[in-house]
Ligand binder design. Sequence first.
Ligand SMILES: NC(=O)C1=CN([C@@H]2O[C@H](COP(=O)(O)OP(=O)(O)OC[C@H]3O[C@@H](n4cnc5c(N)ncnc54)[C@H](O)[C@@H]3O)[C@@H](O)[C@H]2O)[C@@H](O)CC1
Ligand SMILES: [K+]
Length: 508
Amino acid sequence: MRLELLTPAEMADADRLAIAEGPFDGIGLMRNAGRAVADVVLERFPAAAHVQVLVGPGNNGGDGYVAARILQESGIAVSLWASGTPREGSDAAIAAEECPLTASPLAEFEAAAGAVVVDALYGAGLSKPLSGDAARAVTLITEKKLKVVAVDLPSGVSGESGKVLGSAFRAAVTVTFACKKPGHLLLPGRDLCGDLIVADIGIRSSVLDTVAGRIFENKPPLWRDVFPKPAVDTHKYRRGHAGIFSGGPTTTGAARLSALAAARAGAGAVTVFSPGNALAVNAMHLTSIMLRKVDDIAELAAVLGEGRSSAFVLGPGFGVGEKARDFALAILAAGGRLAEAGAEGLVLDADGITAFRDAPQWLFEAAARAEAPALVLTPHEGEFVRLFPEIAGKEDLSKLGKARAAAEAAHAVIIYKGADTVIAAPDGRTAINSNGAPWLATAGSGDVLAGIVAGLIAQRMPPFEAACAAVWLHAEAGSQLGPGLIAEDLPAALPRVIKPLYLSPDAG
Ligand SMILES: NC(=O)C1=CN([C@@H]2O[C@H](COP(=O)(O)OP(=O)(O)OC[C@H]3O[C@@H](n4cnc5c(N)ncnc54)[C@H](O)[C@@H]3O)[C@@H](O)[C@H]2O)[C@@H](O)CC1
Ligand SMILES: [K+]
């Protein structure tokens, strides 16, 4: 399955190119699309006695006319409700002509108890909020709890952003064409789509290759080629060394969670750098993880000078303030010297992000230097607003657009966390994660994620791919553990989700 996600504009280009190159013309693609929808209705709702098909004036409606005809030919009672009429000479007008049913105005729509609804009002062409008859239909269908099969997208959901314009249908199944769109994976769109089916309607993959941009669904094929594979004759330092900074005596747990996660992600050695007054408490809870006192910038400089650690995590439980800022800037500034020894990256999380709320520019400038180690920022929504207030305030940008803009501004890989985590690189590559589980919303979960990223970067995985892989592994571990999950469980669950990546080329 393709991992590229096409925006509605890219999909419109794909339609045009496909029509020009064949083998199907516009009405041919529409007939394929409508048939795919009818097949899903018949397969998913074999006992349906009545199907109510709602059609809009554009090509989404065209797909609906085709589906209505095929469903009626299959012997099901079909009623058709139209908002507007297709433009003369359009493919949708041909589909409407070929449909033997007479449409009633959507204004007169009544939801029939027990009916299945095909929503073919608006798809990729949604251009304004749902209102009037369409919004009324949403209310009636929702009140009667009718099962909805959405064509391309639930009407009202933006294919670009996943946002709801006005109101939107909640579908049991959504049938989209050729490949997924960002709005199918970003919330609330993902939730409103129900089960998502991607139907092949005869658009050649060469056409999709031509139009596809740099947005992907985050799955193992996106990064498996560069996932670390230890050589037979490797030793621990060749597997990378991750350094995790601990907070003071009462906030050390977060760093240990990160450290364990980095080790479980495959880093050959992991050290917790701890303030002197927290050494005892850290020592009491560490076994394979090493421990070293780092109290101030001089001791940090000594560590950096040795050039052992190739990836760092700074932030979990660290405390917000000058020390966090100074440490982060020192690591980013040491890049040139460290590069020889192999320093690859700094994962700045939690307090490490918040510490720069009043001076984000210092961080971004430090990360912009050519020799600086890669910077990975892992903000959840609140932290994102603190670091990128202007970008966060842009209502017209999707979560994907915001992550992309932030990555460019910060010269950093951004992991914009949430139930629909987006990962963006400064070069414009963006991935949307879709295997998340609500069980991951628990204290310490983010510390584990930061540790996995660092563990992978320490093994020389490129930072964007490391971030994508970490988000996927973290989510997969969370999904497998399920209810009752606490953050401590996540590192221990990693071997189970990593092993299949080595065994099967099709895992995930
Ligand atoms: N030949 C093609 O281009 C193909 C297109 N396909 C279908 O075509 C769809 C896209 O078609 P279109 O670009 O015609 O777009 P739509 O059919 O999604 O909507 C466009 C029409 O709806 C109106 N509209 C949009 N939002 C509205 C709102 N909130 N209230 C009232 N009116 C609104 C627009 O003014 C326009 O007339 C896809 O979603 C897919 O279902 C498929 O049939 C595959 C082939
Ligand atoms: K629709």
